[in-house]
Ligand binder design. Structure first.
Ligand code: DC
Length: 222
C-alpha cells in the first residue's frame, strides 16, 4: 500500500500528474480540489452566500459527493463539467477558505485512500489530508508557463489569453494562500521544462522507491 500527496498551486499540472501516477500504481486518485468545487456548486445552487461560512458548511455536510468513471457526482448527478466552469472557479476560493467547510470534507477526502492507498492531490494533502504519506511532492512552475498550459487545456487561443490567465491564476494564488501549505518533507519539483510524461516517470520512480522503503520499515518492525 502506498499513499502519495501531490500539492502545489493551480495550473502546475497536479491533476495530470496525480491521475497518471494513480493509474501507473493502480491505486485510487483523490482530487481534493474537486470536493471543494462540488461543495461550491452545492452552495451556489442552494442560494447560500459563498462568504457565509456556517451556511456553506451546512450545505457541504449535506452534499453527497461521489465519483463515477473519474467524473464528479453531486447528489447522484454528473457535475464534472459544471464544477470546472467559470462560476464555480470564481467562488471556490471563498467557499474552501472557511475552516468549517474544510472540516466537513476532510474525512471524506481521507476515506478515499483508506483501503488501498492512493494519490491525493490538492493544496494541503501533505500537511493535513494525509500527513503520513509515504511520498510528498510539491509541484511548481513559473506563472506564465502555468497560464500557457491552462490556455491549452481550455483551448483558448485568442490574443491576450495567456496574459489574462496569468492574472487570473495570480489572483487565485492570493485567494488560496492560506490553504497552500508545503510540507517540510515534500520533494519540490519544477515542471516548467518537463513534458507530462517526464513528470510522471520521475514521480513513478520516486513512488516505487518510497514504497520499497516503507515495505522495508514494516518488515523491520515485524
Ligand atoms: O485544484 P483545483 O483548482 O481544482 O482547486 C480548486 C480550489 O479548491 C482552489 O482554488 C483552492 C481549493 N483547494 C483547497 O483549498 N484545498 C485543497 N486541498 C484543494 C483545493
Amino acid at each position: 500500500m502506498i499513499v502519495v500527496a501531490i500539492d502545489g498551486p493551480g495550473g502546475v499540472g497536479k491533476s495530470t500528474a496525480a491521475r497518471g501516477l494513480a493509474r501507473r500504481l493502480d491505486v485510487p486518485h483523490v482530487d481534493t480540489g474537486a470536493f471543494y468545487r462540488a461543495a461550491t456548486l452545492a452552495v451556489l445552487r442552494a442560494g447560500v452566500d459563498p462568504a457565509d461560512g456556517p451556511g456553506s458548511a451546512e450545505v457541504a455536510r449535506r452534499a453527497v459527493i461521489g465519483w463515477r468513471a473519474g467524473r464528479a457526482l453531486l447528489d447522484g448527478e454528473d457535475v464534472e463539467d459544471a464544477i470546472r466552469g467559470p462560476e464555480v472557479t470564481a467562488n471556490v476560493s471563498a467557499v474552501s477558505a472557511h475552516p468549517e467547510v474544510r472540516a466537513a470534507l476532510l474525512e471524506r477526502q481521507r476515506a478515499g485512500v483508506r483501503e488501498r492507498g492512493g494519490v491525493v492531490e490538492g493544496r494541503d494533502a501533505g500537511t493535513v489530508v494525509v500527513p503520513d504519506a509515504d511520498l510528498k511532492v510539491w509541484l511548481t512552475a513559473a506563472p506564465a508557463e502555468r497560464a500557457r498550459r491552462r490556455a491549452g487545456q481550455l483551448g483558448r487561443t485568442a490574443p491576450g489569453e495567456v496574459e489574462r490567465l496569468t492574472a487570473e491564476l495570480a489572483a487565485r494564488d492570493d485567494a488560496d494562500a492560506a490553504q497552500m501549505a508545503r510540507a517540510r518533507d515534500a520533494v519540490v519539483m519544477a515542471t516548467d521544462e518537463l513534458e507530462a510524461s517526464q513528470v510522471l516517470d520521475r514521480l513513478e520512480a520516486m513512488a516505487r522507491s518510497a514504497r520499497e522503503a516503507s515495505g522495508r520499515r514494516e518488515e523491520a518492525r515485524g
